[in-house]
Design a protein around this ligand. Structure first.
Ligand SMILES: [Fe+2]
Length: 371
C-alpha cells in the first residue's frame, strides 16, 4: 500500500439534489454546461436534479451522450462548452454521461488530442486547469462520481480510462433520482457496482481500508439489488444500492480484474458495460477461486452463505432472477472475435490486478465458457 486516498466530497441522501445550487455558488460557476442524455431528460430526472436552480439553470445543455462515450462526443461537448462561454460543468446521468463530463473537463482545461491524456498512452499528458466539475449520478452502478478515471472509446478503437482522480469538485448522490430507473437498467448497472466491489476485493494490491469498503458495498448491493429491480419505488433499497455503487467507485484505486479487462474489450464494440460484467462475473470468479480461497470464504460469510458455498453459482443464479442474459451469445457476440478480444483484454489496465495473470489462451477459454 503506497497511497491511500479518498478524494471526492460527496453529498449523500434523499433530497440532497438541493445542494446543487450551493455547490455552483461555492465553485464560482455561473454559466454551467449540463452534460446528460435524452433518456434522463425525457424521464424528468434532469428537471428533478436541477429543481433547486430555478432561472439559474441556463440553456447550455449537451444531451446527446452516446451509450458508450466516444472521443468524438467529448470533442463535441467541449465545443458546446466554449460556444456558450461556460465556466463549469455539471454531469447528470449514468456512467456514460458522467464519464463524458469528466473527459470534457479534461479537454476544456487545455486543448490537446484526448488520447494524449489516456492512461494507455506511453506518456500521459498532465491535466491542466480543468473547469470546476460537479457530478450527479442517476443510476446506482459505475460509481464514477468518486472513481479515478473517465472511460472513453478512442478513435483508435481502444476503450480505456483517462486518469483524473482529483477532477470532481463535488458529487451529489440522491437516491430519489434513481426511483424511475427501469428494472433492466437497475439490475445491469447494479451488477456493474457489485463487480467493482468483488474485483477490487480480490485484487492482490494491499489496501485493508478499501477491502472493508468493498465488503460493505457487496453486502448492500447483494442484499438490495432484487428489491430495487422489482420495486423501483423502494427508497430504502435505492439508498443502499446507491451507497453500494459509491463504495464500489471508491474501491477502484485498488484495481479491477478480468471481468473488467474483458468488458472493456467487448464494450469497445458497443455492448452494455453492466450487462457484460454481470455475464462475466461468475466465470471469472470460478477461474480465480483457487488463487483467492481465503477471500472466497470472507465473501461467502459476508453474504451470509456457508463458508464453502459455490459463490460463482450464486452470482449466476442472481443474474437469472434479475432477468439478465446468461451468456455472451445472448448479446449476439460471435466466437470468431475471441482471439482479438483476448488480445485487447491482455492490454487492458484491469488485467494487471487480476488475482493471477491470465494468458491469451486463458482469455479465449474464459470467453468460450461465458458464451
Ligand atoms: Fe465497471
Amino acid at each position: 500500500m503506497t497511497i491511500l486516498s479518498f478524494n471526492t466530497k460527496v453529498h449523500f441522501g434523499h433530497g440532497e439534489r438541493s445542494q446543487l445550487v450551493n455547490e455552483l455558488r461555492l465553485n464560482g460557476i455561473s454559466r454551467p454546461l449540463f452534460v446528460t442524455d435524452k433518456g434522463v431528460r425525457s424521464a424528468g430526472v434532469f428537471d428533478m436534479a436541477t429543481e433547486s436552480l430555478g432561472e439559474i439553470a441556463g440553456d447550455a445543455i449537451y444531451d446527446t451522450t452516446p451509450p458508450n462515450p466516444t472521443e468524438e462526443a467529448v470533442e463535441e461537448c467541449a465545443a458546446t462548452y466554449h460556444a456558450h462561454r461556460c465556466d463549469g460543468i455539471v454531469g447528470i446521468g449514468g456512467g456514460a454521461a458522467l464519464d463524458l463530463a469528466k473527459a470534457t473537463a479534461v479537454l476544456c482545461g487545455q486543448d490537446a488530442p484526448l488520447w494524449e491524456y489516456c492512461n494507455r498512452h506511453p506518456q500521459p499528458r498532465p491535466i491542466h486547469q480543468p473547469p470546476p466539475l460537479l457530478l450527479i449520478p442517476t443510476t446506482a452502478g459505475t460509481g464514477t462520481e468518486v472513481g479515478r478515471s473517465a472511460v472513453i472509446i478512442f478513435r483508435n478503437g481502444i476503450k480505456a480510462g483517462i486518469g483524473c482522480p482529483s477532477i470532481v469538485r463535488a458529487a451529489i448522490c440522491d437516491p430519489e433520482l434513481t426511483r424511475t430507473l427501469p428494472p433492466y437498467m437497475t439490475a445491469a448497472s447494479g451488477m456493474d457496482a457489485l463487480s467493482h466491489c468483488v474485483e477490487t476485493f480480490c485484487s492482490p494490491v494491499i489496501n485493508p481500508p478499501v477491502d472493508a469498503i468493498a465488503i460493505d458495498g457487496m453486502k448492500r448491493i447483494f442484499g438490495n439489488i432484487e428489491r430495487s429491480t422489482h420495486d423501483g419505488a423502494d427508497l430504502d433499497g435505492r439508498w443502499n444500492m446507491m451507497m453500494g455503487a459509491l463504495e464500489g467507485g471508491i474501491c477502484f484505486q485498488k484495481g479491477l480484474g478480468a471481468v473488467h479487462s474483458v468488458s472493456h474489450a467487448l464494450g469497445a464494440l458497443g455492448h452494455h458495460h453492466g450487462t457484460l460484467n454481470a455475464i462475466m462475473l461468475p466465470h471469472v470468479l470460478r477461474l480465480n477461486a483457487p488463487y483467492i480461497s481465503d477471500k472466497m470464504t470472507i465473501m461467502s460469510t459476508a453474504l451470509r452463505f456457508p463458508a464453502d458455498a459455490d459463490l460463482p453459482l450464486s452470482f449466476a443464479r442472481l443474474n437469472q432472477r434479475l432477468g439478465l442474459p446468461e451468456g455472451l451469445k445472448d448479446l449476439g457476440i460471435e466466437t470468431a472475435i475471441f482471439p482479438e478480444v483476448a488480445k485487447a483484454a491482455l492490454a487492458d489496465n484491469a488485467h494487471r490486478t487480476n488475482p493471477f495473470a491470465l494468458t491469451e489462451q486463458d482469455y479465449i477459454k474464459l470467453l468460450h465458457e461465458a458464451w
